[in-house]
Design a protein around this ligand. Structure first.
Ligand SMILES: O=C(O)c1cccc(C(=O)CC[C@H]2O[C@@H](n3cnc4c(=O)[nH]cnc43)[C@H](O)[C@@H]2O)c1
Ligand SMILES: [Zn+2]
Length: 361
């Protein structure tokens, strides 16, 4: 096991099962977020502002009503609600507002670097001009970096259930040199997995990879480990979104560990969409035990009533981590990110120096 993987119990510091409360440490810990959706990050504050611009929307704006609205019966219900929030984003100015405000919320949690999953198809098909869409996200990315110091990068994902038309549109937007945004680093696949086999997307991933993008599909969130194998062999995945069901296949876990294919684990999301019954049944421990590179992420934080700091606190409890263990987890995300090597070294050093200052009496 390399030193940037979490190894519960490997650290000399007292664990979170002792008296230490990890929340303050986590709040200040510099972090990278690798699995967080653009629209799924719209906080009640952002939703309220968008809904005020478009009062015909059925999305409630009162925070209490919104909490009820964001309670899901299953994954299909989650997607239905998700798409109602997508319907609130109608103009390039809405896109810019959403992106900039999402960056503000990330920066407040000491997220220094985030790969934000954006679904351009959902916006262009609703009539937003493609060039204006790209300009809006890029403009917000640059403004956020200079105002908050948080670096954003994009993952363009295919909304799988919308079919191959959406795959064609997404790969076109991602690879056309006149449109492709500077911040784009990866290509993904989201939405439901049941009835949406991964192999059909191979030609689109091949084109994206040929254009220099990294492959990060969702897989094994709501279907079995065979979907994760498909993502690896057909879509050449370098990281897996969720990958929860990998725990059912020891050979798969060994493969992920050997090839350093990181899992983007989002514990609260898995409970909210009913992919996993309870947090205590979450397979994160099995992943770590098998030597898989585990990263902690928030997915659609306001929709799931969480944020990245809370996901780290959950991981600390499930994995019995102390400060060193949490820092190792944060460094896993840096290692698995698509930052360049100097960027990775800087952020890892920042995590180390924060941790040693914190632990110095
Ligand atoms: O935009 C459309 O018109 C459209 C039409 C048909 C189907 C879809 C989708 O399936 C959109 C799904 C949307 O969900 C996003 N997302 C957010 N969180 C997750 C997750 O945990 N697992 C999978 N997908 C997720 C994803 O980025 C898609 O954009 C859209
Ligand atoms: Zn996701």
């Amino acid at each position: 096991m390399t030193d940037n993987r979490t190894a519960p119990g490997a650290s000399a510091m007292p664990s979170t099962s002792g008296t230490r409360d990890p929340h303050a440490f986590i709040a200040g810990l510099p972090k990278a977020e690798l699995h967080v959706h653009h629209v799924g990050s719209a906080s009640p504050r952002i939703v309220a502002e968008l809904a005020a611009r478009h009062p015909d929307s059925k999305v409630p704006t009162d925070p209490e009503a919104l909490a009820d609205y964001f309670t899901f019966t299953d994954f299909a219900h989650f997607i239905q609600v998700y798409l109602s929030v997508v319907d609130l984003i109608r103009t390039p100015e809405d896109v810019r507002l959403l992106t900039f405000e999402v960056a503000r919320d990330l920066a407040r949690q000491q997220v220094r670097y985030a790969e934000l999953t954006v679904t351009p198809y959902s916006s262009t098909r609703r009539g937003i001009d493609e060039r204006a869409f790209m300009e809006a996200i890029e403009d917000a990315r640059k403004a956020a970096e200079s105002e908050f110091g948080t670096v954003l990068r994009w993952c363009f994902d295919i909304p799988g259930e919308a079919g191959l038309v959406s795959a064609e549109e997404t790969v076109r937007l991602a690879t056309d040199d006149r449109l492709r945004p500077e911040g784009l680093v990866s290509f993904g696949l989201g939405g439901p997995e049941i009835g949406v086999p991964r192999p059909q997307f191979k030609p689109y991933f091949d084109r994206a990879i040929a254009a220099g993008l990294r492959s990060v599909p969702h897989a094994g969130e709501t279907t079995g480990p065979e979907t994760v194998w498909d993502a690896l062999t057909e879509l050449r995945a370098e990281r897996i979104g969720h990958g929860t069901s990998s725990a059912q296949d020891p050979k798969l876990l060994a493969h992920l560990a050997e090839h350093r294919v990181a899992l983007e684990v989002c514990p609260t999301s898995n409970i909210a969409t009913r992919a996993v019954r309870t947090l205590d049944e979450h397979p994160i421990k099995e992943f770590v035990r098998a030597g898989v590179l585990v990263t902690i992420n928030s997915d659609d934080p306001p929709m799931f009533g969480t944020d990245l700091n809370n996901e780290y606190a959950i991981a600390a409890r499930l994995l019995d981590l102390d400060e060193q263990g949490l820092a190792a987890l944060a460094k896993n995300a840096v290692a698995a990110s698509f930052l360049d090597e100097p960027g990775k070294a800087r952020l890892s050093d920042e995590i180390d120096s924060y941790t040693s200052t914190w632990l110095t009496p």
